[in-house]
Design a protein around this ligand. Structure first.
Ligand code: HEC
Length: 128
């Protein structure tokens, strides 16, 4: 007996809802490409990496903004009181000037949510 249209619809719904939502977690491999084109000119990520125009970001997650040793942060960054995690990094890189007025990161902001999620997934791996 061929499946009824209703059975087919149900099967399709089951597939759609079983698939993990694409936006839930970033893709670190894609994030690396975003990082290389958008962030790498100013930041290094490895332990003991050099400060460039921006600070080295090793150990970023869980650290207070503006406290990486040996880098001269702006007063605005130091005074922000932010602790870096998925949420605060996402807010900052989406709109650096809006999130921390007066900070000196000359970056316009990543507007695509998928790129933000991906780059955070990559940072999480690469700054450990
Ligand atoms: C043109 C150079 C430049 C680019 C491009 C850039 N940054 Fe920055 N970044 C900076 C500077 C400079 C600071 C320090 C700002 C301050 O002290 O006000 C900074 C600070 C940061 C901080 C805070 C670090 C800390 O220890 O508090 C994070 C997080 C960060 N950048 C992430 C990124 C990400 C992710 C990208 C790419 C999407 C990026 N930046 C692109 C220059 C840059």
């Amino acid at each position: 007996m061929p499946p009824t249209p209703r059975a087919v619809t149900l099967a399709i719904c089951a597939l759609v809802f079983a698939a993990p939502p694409a936006w839930a977690d970033g893709d670190a491999a894609k994030g690396e490409r975003v990082y290389n084109t958008q962030c790498k000119t100013c930041h290094t990520l490895d332990k003991g990496g050099r400060h460039l125009v921006g600070p080295n970001m090793h150990g970023l997650f869980g650290r207070k903004a503006g406290t990486m040793e040996g880098f001269k942060f702006s007063e605005a960054m130091i005074a922000s009181g932010i602790v870096w995690d998925d949420k605060t990094i996402a807010e900052y890189i989406k709109d650096p000037k809006g999130r921390i007025p007066g900070n000196t990161m000359a970056f316009i902001g990543l507007k695509r949510q998928d790129q933000i999620d991906d780059v955070i997934a990559y940072l999480k791996k690469a700054t450990q």
